[in-house]
Design a protein around this ligand. Structure first.
Ligand code: AMP
Length: 346
């Protein structure tokens, strides 16, 4: 789907009856809740058995469901008929194969998602942004603790720390993986929103950058390691994400956090035409207060679910409760007002 084709589709939409749609998973409650706060109707793409989960949370429930057998099947024709704008989130990126083929207009630049999906391209993006990144190693050269990441694995599942080539081959022989130096420090995952529509605030690229929140994750079993060790059990660390918690960093770190976000925004412009909307960095801050980035998510992340009514950072940006989901809906309204759809949708 070319940008032109998507904009042609969009020009045929009834702009007074736009709807926000997403797959019922990941950050859907927050996206529907935020859209409701902004007065935009919503569509949840859902399986029958999951529907009751969303109905259990009336303020985060979509206005209507499209029931599918498999969340991998985006019901494009029905969404197009309903003037839907699709919000990509982690599950949509994971389930939907080739995103460039989806006919429904998406919030943001869908091209950025292919840079997130491909680890080599992601590292090219991070390094083009001038960020410090962990060393990546050939298996035969492993001489220190390294995280081995399965290709396409999301949420840390199946990752393992190895200390030597032998240990690597024992577990990952012949598999498609990335080997990354294990970073020591505090995990800091800032969530940003880049708006090309506004020129006030913290300038980045042609618009402004907002720091919406910061999280840290709970990963099983490593984040409860002290308990496991306390009861005298030994275990192999694993990194499967179970949940998120809020993080507020010391204020003097904000300068670097904002700079990293600005750099990522501006290199996105140069590499693939920009990253309007939400994105997130995964970093580790070491004892010298140096940040190392090992991942960028080119869309809303699950860490934003912590603050459906605003975060300790949005409190200084908005005098009303502002979640990332609501911020996305707000941007749609701003684009409508300025007639600048092409800046925020592809
Ligand atoms: P990812 O799939 O890259 O988001 O990684 C999942 C989790 O693995 C992260 O949240 C971290 O806890 C851990 N992790 C990934 N890469 C590294 C690294 N280079 N050093 C230390 N921990 C890491």
């Amino acid at each position: 789907m070319t940008r032109e084709k998507i904009h042609e589709t969009l020009s045929g939409y009834d702009k007074k009856d736009l709807k926000i749609a997403t797959i019922c998973s990941h950050t859907a409650l927050q996206i529907f809740h935020g859209a409701r706060q902004e007065g935009i109707k919503t569509i949840g793409i859902c399986t029958e058995n999951r529907r009751k989960v969303y109905e259990a949370f009336p303020l985060g429930c979509p206005d209507e469901f499209i029931i599918v057998d498999d969340l991998r099947n985006i019901p494009s024709d029905e969404l197009l008929e309903k003037n839907a704008l699709l919000v990509p989130h982690g599950s949509l990126v994971e389930y939907s194969g080739d995103l460039s083929e989806i006919k429904v207009p998406m919030i943001g630049n869908r091209e950025s998602l292919s840079w997130e999906k491909d680890r080599e391209k992601m590292f090219e993006w991070l390094t083009a942004s001038g960020l410090q990144v962990p060393a990546t190693n050939e298996p035969d050269k492993i001489d220190r603790p390294c995280v081995v990441k399965l290709a396409g694995a999301k949420g840390g599942r199946g990752y393992r720390v190895v200390n030597s080539p032998d240990e690597f081959y024992e577990h990952f022989e012949g598999m498609n993986v990335t080997v990354q130096e294990y970073l020591i420090g505090v995990r800091v995952y800032p969530h940003y929103f880049y708006s090309p529509l506004s020129h006030e605030g913290y300038r980045a690229s042609e618009g402004k950058l907002e720091l919406m929140g910061i999280d840290r994750r709970f990963e099983s079993n490593i984040d409860e390691a002290y308990r496991t060790e306390k009861v005298g059990l030994s275990f192999t660390p694993s990194f499967t994400v179970v949940g998120n918690e809020l993080l507020v960093v010391r204020e003097s770190l904000l300068e670097e956090i904002m700079k990293m976000g600005k750099n990522v925004t501006e290199s996105a412009d140069r590499l693939f035409g920009g990253i309007p909307g939400p994105f997130c960095l995964e970093t580790v801050c070491d004892e010298n207060l140096q940040f190392f980035a090992f991942e960028v998510s080119a869309r809303i992340v699950a860490g934003t679910n912590i603050y459906p009514l605003g975060s300790p950072y949005t409190a200084y940006l908005y005098d009303e409760p502002m979640s990332m989901g609501r911020r996305i809906a707000r941007e749609i309204k701003l684009a409508a007002k300025a007639n600048k759809w092409q800046k925020i949708i592809y």
